[in-house]
Each structure stands twice: as C-alpha cells, then as structure tokens.
Design a protein around this ligand. Structure first.
Ligand SMILES: Nc1ncnc2c1ncn2[C@@H]1O[C@H](COP(=O)(O)OP(=O)(O)OP(=O)(O)O)[C@@H](O)[C@H]1O
Ligand SMILES: [Mg+2]
Length: 250
C-alpha cells in the first residue's frame, strides 16, 4: 500500500481572539497524487484547515507532515488558489502566469514557452496579452489555475476557486482542470460547497462538520479516470447527495 504523503494528525485549532474551538481532532492521510475535496457548511473550518496545511496557520494541537517532514512554516512546494483569482491588474495574462517564477529568478525562453503552452491548453491562447480587466471571470480563474501550476507544485490547495462562476463556465473549467491535473499530477486538496464539483473531480471526499468541526465522513468516488460528466446522473451520485443531506441535516 502507498504510504501517506500529506498527513494531518489530531489537528485542533482555537483562534485566540475567539476562544472557541474551531477544529477538533482532525486526522487524514493523503496519498501522493490523490485529489481530496473537503465539503461542509459555512463556518465549519474548511479555510482554516487549508491554511493549516499550507503552514500559514499554526494548529493549536496536532501536526501536519509532508513526505514525513513536519510542517512548521509556509511550505515551498505548495500552491494555493484563493476564492477570488487575485491577478495583478497592470500585468498581462502571460505576465501574471510567470510571476511566481519571476519573483525567484530571471525568466527564460523555456518559461515563456511553457506558460503559453499551458494557457493554450485551457483555451486562452488568444488572451495572453490581455490585461485582467479585459478577461471574464472564468478566464481569470483559468489564469489563476495555470499560474498555480506553472512551477509544478507537489501540492495544490484550492479554496472554492469556482464559486463565483456560472454553472456552464464551471463545467468547462472542471474538464480543463482535470486535464491539467492529469498532466502535472499534484496532490490536491479542494474546498468546495458544490457536491457535483467534488464528485466529478475527486478521488476522495471528506465531510467536515459539527461544532467544533471534525471529520464526519469519507467517501471514495467509485468512477475511473478520465471522468465523464454523465457520472453525475448515476445512482452513486444520488446516494452520495442523499447521505450528505442526512448527515448535515440540510
Ligand atoms: N483569522 C481568524 N481569527 C479568528 N477567527 C477566525 C479566523 N478565521 C476564521 N475564524 C473563525 O473560524 C471559524 C471557521 O472559519 P473558516 O473560514 O475556516 O470557515 P469555512 O468553513 O471556510 O467557511 P466558509 O464556507 O464560509 O468559507 C469561523 O467561526 C470564523 O469566524
Ligand atoms: Mg472558507
């Protein structure tokens, strides 16, 4: 059996200002290359958990390890996509994508070629010289995804990256994201409220809930890759939704 790559052991969090336990005894083993989604009601601690994994937020109890190395500070081999695609307004799409590399070293022809190739793979070859204000919300989200993957991070964290988009754009992005993930094979933790999104993209789904938030249930998604959207009209997806509704008392 493959050993865990990213491990959360008995993670607990109490924000000092609140003096209220936000997360309690959360444990999860994630394999290298696995795609995990975390779902749960608003305020249950999903973003806090992502911040703990990234090393931005220190847990009050428990520990995080990546490749058996304990995480004590922000992790380098990790990319984080926030809810809003934060792009620099004065830089073009291409310049935004290569920014993480530019912050570390001089850009090369190879970097530019790779960025253009990745942008093309998500249908943005005509937009590389546009500025963010000239791009739609869906286009901006794609730029943020390509930027997050340009350095081939071993871990990709995404916090509701598509929540502001309409369902057609979202559907298209899910398919494109799947292609990129298959090509670069990062270990992914996605936070989402969208059950279809979680089911279509993930290998495993984790339900976070309760007060304080803890792991309520895990679901293995029983569909092979490459995925087809018709898995969302299957009995298995229906059963999954039903279970979530019952467990969260929706
Ligand atoms: N920096 C902070 N300082 C103090 N309390 C915080 C901080 N960040 C979050 N909280 C509190 O922790 C709890 C969990 O917040 P978190 O943002 O992790 O929830 P969430 O599950 O991501 O919610 P949503 O789905 O609405 O994004 C909330 O009660 C929130 O008020
Ligand atoms: Mg959140």
């Amino acid at each position: 059996m493959q050993p865990p790559y990213l491990q959360l052991k008995n993670v607990g969090l109490t924000y000092e200002q609140e003096q209220k336990e936000t997360i309690r005894q959360f444990s999860l083993d994630i394999k290298k290359g696995e795609f995990i989604s975390i779902i749960g009601k608003s305020g249950c601690g999903k973003t806090s958990l992502l911040q703990i994994i990234s090393g931005i937020q220190k847990p009050t109890t428990g520990l995080i390890s990546i490749g058996s190395q304990e995480v004590n500070e922000p992790v380098d081999e990790l990319s984080y996509i926030f809810q809003k695609p934060i792009l620099l307004e004065w830089k073009t799409v291409l310049e935004n994508v290569v920014l993480p590399i530019e912050l570390k070293r001089k850009l090369t022809e190879k970097d530019m070629y790779k960025a253009k190739e990745m942008l093309e793979s998500v249908g943005l070859s005509d937009a590389i010289h546009k500025f963010p204000y000239e791009c739609s919300g869906g286009m901006q989200s794609r730029v943020a995804i390509v930027r997050a993957l340009i350095e081939q991070p071993s871990i990709l964290l995404m916090d509701e990256p598509f929540s502001a988009l309409d369902s057609f754009t979202k559907n298209q992005l899910h398919v494109q994201l799947n292609h990129l993930i298959n090509a670069y094979k990062p270990t992914v933790v996605l936070v989402t409220h969208d059950l279809q999104e979680a089911f279509f993209l993930s290998d495993r789904i984790v339900l976070l809930g309760g007060e304080p938030g803890t792991l309520l249930q895990e679901y293995q998604v029983p569909f092979p890759r490459p995925r087809k959207k018709n898995m969302l009209i299957s009995q298995k997806f229906y059963d999954f939704q039903q279970d979530i509704i019952e467990r969260l008392h929706l």
